[in-house]
Design a protein around this ligand. Structure first.
Ligand SMILES: [Cu+2]
Length: 151
């Protein structure tokens, strides 16, 4: 019997980049098939604000910069079942940014499989998610975005 606890290989990945005012913000999010859902491993550096920062899967696979709202093209939270926040499939725990602007998180969700979020996006926000306010937890503007691609 195999008792190993080695992690599965990623099936999807997003490379995050900051908006025009946060050019040093970079990150990577891996999506590994795990059980009935997905093991998510997220890393970021260059975060401008220490503390909790909202972190979600958004519907559209577009991280176009420019316009009045950074990364507006990513759309709203990934919500295939049309339910309120924080029951969106794309709702996730916030990242915890250190004073040095780095964050690392590993979290399991059974709200989607990796292949279901390929062609969508990951967004880091400027504020924590309050898990109450509709439709996006009052998490403020979008600091970074990355399109999710199959690997
Ligand atoms: Cu979001």
């Amino acid at each position: 019997m195999n008792h190993s606890v080695s992690l599965p290989r990623p099936a999807a990945r997003a490379q995050l980049r900051g908006d025009e005012t946060h050019p040093n913000l970079r990150g990577e999010v891996l999506f590994c098939p795990y059980g009935r859902g997905t093991l998510i491993i997220a890393r970021a550096v260059g975060l401008p604000i220490p503390g909790f920062l909202g972190f979600h899967i958004h519907t559209n696979g577009s991280c176009a910069a420019g316009g009045d709202v950074s990364f507006a093209s990513a759309g709203g939270h990934y919500d295939p079942h049309n339910v309120p926040h924080p029951w969106h499939s794309g709702d996730l725990p916030p990242l915890l940014s250190s004073g040095q602007g780095a964050a690392l998180m590993q979290v399991y969700t059974d709200r989607f499989r990796p292949e279901e979020v390929v062609g969508r996006s990951v967004v880091i926000h400027e504020r924590p998610d309050d898990f109450r306010t509709q439709p996006s937890g009052d998490s403020g503007s979008r600091l970074a975005c990355g399109v999710i691609e199959a690997v």
